[in-house]
Write a protein that binds this ligand. Structure first.
Ligand code: 0O2
Length: 207
């Protein structure tokens, strides 16, 4: 079959449905953890969960960029971010608590971890990225699907969303001043996260 046409085929639609199921599985796991934590601690560690399936155009672009054939097989083997979930947390501690709780579940396999909170990107980007494999249970089979999870605080999400709109992958030339300003904002943001965590700890100590 013509490579590009394969992305219009039934098998492609089925594969995308499997990725949607994987998103549902992971979202449910985070919702359960949020519920349990809020019962125990009277606050929600998760402020918001956003999910997205990579668009056909982005899938095609990414495969082509990587010199891979535009096929379902290549997607399953090589693309880790077709199913993406972003978990927006209240405090930095919540990011690691939720990541640890998810990764300790016996049906979750960690494929890759990138800690851009511990080691921010040179532009100031901060988030914890996990690639995990989760099983989805179909009528007659169990399939393991990969999902990219980005965990970050509200402050990190605020910065990343604005930076994405303004700058990310836009190849702005002569923009040293803008890059420096964005990096400075990321550092102010990180300080804000630290101070809010400190306030949380102080309040907890008073109770
Ligand atoms: P979009 O438009 O958000 O979908 P790979 O995914 O393997 O090709 P990489 O760069 O090794 O590439 O993956 P990494 O570092 O885990 O980053 C993947 C995703 O993190 C990006 O997805 C962005 O969503 C986010 N991200 C990474 N760096 C930045 C950054 O500097 N600024 C912002 N705002 N977001 C970032 P996509 O598919 O590249 O983009």
């Amino acid at each position: 079959m013509n490579n590009i046409l394969e992305l219009r085929s039934d098998s492609f639609r089925t594969l995308m449905a499997y990725f949607r199921c994987a998103i549902m599985e992971i979202e449910t796991k985070f919702n359960v953890l949020n519920e349990e934590f809020s019962l125990q601690h009277d606050r929600n560690p998760i402020a918001d969960i956003k999910s997205r399936l990579k668009s056909v155009e982005s899938i095609e672009d990414k495969l082509t960029r990587k010199n891979l054939p535009v096929t379902c097989e290549a997607i399953e083997k090589n693309l880790n971010d077709v199913a993406g979930i972003r978990v927006i947390c209240t405090f930095i501690d919540d990011v690691y608590m939720l990541a640890d709780a998810l990764l300790s579940q016996d049906d979750i396999t960690l494929i890759q971890k990138k800690d851009y909170i511990e080691n921010p990107k040179p532009n100031g980007y901060r988030s914890l990225h996990l690639i995990v494999e989760v099983p989805i249970f179909l009528a007659e089979e169990k399939r393991f699907m990969r999902v990219e999870i980005q965990l970050r605080t509200i402050a990190m999400d605020f910065w990343a969303s604005l930076e994405h709109q303004l700058n990310y992958k836009k190849n702005i030339t002569n923009a040293e001043m803008i890059q420096n300003e964005l990096k400075h904002c990321a550092e102010v943001n990180a300080e804000l996260d630290r101070r809010m965590s400190e306030i949380k700890r102080n309040i907890a100590g008073m109770q």
